[in-house]
Design a protein around this ligand. Structure first.
Ligand code: SF4
Length: 407
């Protein structure tokens, strides 16, 4: 029913959150791919996302409801992916939103490959959906709607990826656009603002981003000596997955865990913590490599010190032998437990969690009305985190205290 789908570009929109922060990564990734042409950095989540996008574009273009594709098996990046109900529900959220907008659209694009007019070989991307309204007027609006099927990395509408798409679409129009609306629909990532998030930008704000961030950032990737910069974005860099980033290697090699915290300035502490994710990925990769050795019977103990690791069973909780039958009496597990413990064999009836209820018909309304997030204290998170920052409790305390004093 559906065919295999293609992949992405070097300085394309989807990788811009990485290369705008670390321009040197483009040169190194190119080298990695040149040295190993079979190298493929698209893991299962990327393949799954590609398939979800394929279901979406086929639904919108061919006029089927997403449900039509349930249980289809689609090949992507070497994986065979079955379209399950979770994928259909996610795609339907995007499908319904886009369908609700088409009636007022003067122009409407779906899964459109676009190239930049000035740098067509380098700046390009595939826009999931774009809707232009009031096209002939001074208040024309261009809305980019980006579908994200990933559930681990939150994408906000402020992402460079969406602005990049908006720029590419605007270049195809023969009239200037007055307003830009950027919308992300990310059905599987739990976000306090819900799965649909939107921001607006004026034409001036968009132009300023293109002139001051996108184009200079892109030109810097072409500099042979472009800098490598470690940060959160390393989590989705192919060089981190293979431990081939010289900047990260240098950093981890020189990492001094004996530093006295009292000698560090606030800036130094912040600098350490912003690199935490990138460095922990390095350890994850080492763990995966040693696990592979252990599974293949290769010893993972240190040749000099004898310290190291061993292959063990994963920890698990005991579970009941559900298919048990007494060989003499034929009694089942349930009958045995009930006759021994009576009602005490059962746990009291309890509600499904809000996340489970949300997946049931009508569940979303119930969760919106009756569920809430209790406060579990404070933590610090990167500035890019989707949660809003809160005032320190001491501030609030002091304010109430000073109010009381002046009364
Ligand atoms: S791992 Fe991080 S620092 Fe290294 S090239 Fe990739 S993004 Fe840049």
């Amino acid at each position: 029913m559906l065919k295999e789908v293609p992949t992405h570009s070097e300085t394309g929109a989807s990788s811009s959150p990485r290369w705008l922060k670390c321009p040197g990564s483009v040169r190194l990734i190119r080298k990695l791919k040149d040295n190993d042409p079979s190298y493929n950095d698209s893991g299962f989540p990327a393949a799954e996302g590609t398939v979800a996008h394929k279901v979406l574009s086929d639904s919108l273009e061919l006029g089927h409801l997403p449900q039509y594709y349930i249980n289809s098996v689609i090949k992507s990046d070497g994986y065979q992916i079955t379209v399950d109900q979770e994928m259909i529900d996610g795609v339907t959220l995007m499908y319904d939103y886009v369908e609700s907008k088409t009636w007022c659209a003067d122009k409407f694009l779906i899964e459109k490959k676009l190239r930049d007019k000035k740098y067509p070989d380098d700046l390009y991307g595939t826009v999931d959906c774009c809707i232009v309204t009031d096209y002939e007027t001074d208040s024309s609006t261009l809305e980019v709607v980006d579908f994200k099927y990933g559930k681990h990395v939150c994408v906000e509408p402020t992402s460079s990826q969406l602005k990049y798409y908006a720029m590419l679409v605007a270049q195809t129009l023969d009239r200037p656009v007055a307003n830009f609306v950027l919308t992300v629909i990310q059905p599987r990532y739990p976000h306090q603002k819900g799965p649909k998030r939107t921001i607006s930008l004026s034409a001036e704000e968009m132009q300023s981003w293109i002139d001051n961030e996108l184009i200079p950032g892109f030109l810097e990737t072409q500099n042979e000596n472009a800098a490598l910069k470690i940060g959160d974005w390393c989590s989705y860099c192919p060089l981190n997955t293979t431990n081939m980033c010289p900047a990260l290697r240098e950093y981890t090699k020189n990492f001094d865990a004996t530093l006295d915290l009292r000698d560090l300035t606030a800036d130094e502490k912040i600098d350490f913590l912003t690199k935490e994710k990138a460095v922990s990925k390095f350890f994850d990769n080492i763990r995966k490599d040693l696990f592979k050795d252990a599974m293949n019977g290769i010893p993972v103990t240190h040749s000099q010190t004898g310290e190291g690791f061993k292959l063990v069973n994963k920890r698990s909780d005991r579970i009941w032998k559900m298919d048990y039958k007494d060989p003499e009496t034929g009694e089942t597990l349930a009958e045995k437990l009930e006759s021994a413990l009576g009602e005490k064999a059962y746990s009291p009836r309890s509600f499904l969690s809000p996340a489970q209820v949300e997946k049931l018909p009508g569940g979303k309304k119930l969760v919106t009305k009756f569920a809430y997030k209790p406060s579990t204290g404070f933590t610090i998170a990167p500035l890019s985190d989707s949660r809003s920052s809160v005032r320190p409790p001491n501030d609030v305390f002091e304010e109430v205290y000073s109010d009381l004093e002046t009364e």
